[in-house]
Design a protein around this ligand. Structure first.
Ligand code: HSO
Ligand code: ZN
Ligand code: ZN
Ligand code: ZN
Length: 261
């Protein structure tokens, strides 16, 4: 089982100041086999801006790839916000550049987002969580441009609740449908290790959900820290790789030109 970090942000993202070179040095220190940069692009994100200077981002990562080619494999990717209101622009952007890997993430629903909390206004926790999974299912069905669905239960990070945990059993029929759709379309999921720090639990989704994905036939899986600072690159990736092995996965998936290696 290789150990990878396939979810990392740098100063090319609207919410990070990190230097990509520092990420590479930390990844080497952490003994990772491979990394992929996945800077943010969200169209029309409320409040903040997640524009991306794709050209400059590409040149910078290409240079690092060359510089460190004897020490670590580096890939160039993107975390694309999946938003049904911008589907055409999103698919077009992905087609226009030679990304190695694309994470599809739901950060915005009907122009409301989770981080500042607009999405939760006037909804019970169950209503909010159900709507989130229903929208995720719609996006997974509608979009073709991504390789893995980012942070399946991202919503667990946010919300005005004392207990933010997601009761997966309540939405298991929708989550199963998400998994089945991904599997049918040749796409996968990631485990996002930021859960270990943010929530003091496991990665998200939790291993019960990863097992469920595996049992339904899912084999495409990545590991990502969602680092926005270099000190977190590689954090808990080995722990997750070991868990994958217990579940039955033979290896993690890596990508080149949006095709599985
Ligand atoms: N896109 C971030 C959430 C956020 N941060 C919004 C600032 N604004 C999650 O990686
Ligand atoms: Zn971010
Ligand atoms: Zn994200
Ligand atoms: Zn991210």
């Amino acid at each position: 089982m290789r150990v990878i970090d396939y979810h990392m942000h740098t100063h090319f993202s609207g919410d990070s100041e990190a230097n990509p070179r520092e990420h590479v040095l930390q990844a080497i220190k952490m003994n990772l086999d491979e990394i992929c940069f996945t800077d943010h692009r969200d169209f029309n994100y409320p409040i903040d801006s997640f524009e991306l200077d794709v050209e400059n981002y590409y040149q910078t990562i290409q240079a690092l790839k060359e510089e460190f080619k004897d020490q670590i494999t580096i890939k160039w990717g993107i975390e694309m916000g999946l938003d049904l209101e911008h589907q055409e622009e999103i698919e077009k952007l992905i087609q226009s550049y030679p990304f190695d890997f694309v994470i599809g993430s739901i950060h915005v629903i009907h122009h409301t987002e989770f981080y500042y909390g607009e999405f939760f206004k006037g909804k019970t926790k169950e209503e909010a969580h159900r709507e989130f999974f229903e929208e995720t299912l719609k996006c997974v069905k509608a979009f073709d441009c991504f390789n893995v669905l980012g942070h399946l239960d991202y919503i667990v990070r946010y919300g005005p609740y004392q207990d933010k945990t997601v009761d997966h059993a309540k939405y298991q029929d929708i989550i199963d449908e998400i998994f089945k759709t991904l599997i049918k379309k040749g796409k996968g999921i990631e485990v996002n290790t930021s859960g270990y720090k943010d929530l003091k639990i496991c990665g998200f989704p939790n291993y019960e959900q990863v097992q469920r994905y595996y049992d339904l036939g899912g084999r495409i899986i990545t590991i990502g820290t969602d680092s926005h600072t270099s000190d977190r690159v590689g954090e808990n990736c080995l722990t997750v790789a070991k868990k994958y092995q217990e579940i039955g996965f033979e290896d993690v998936s890596t990508f080149t030109g949006r095709v599985k290696d």
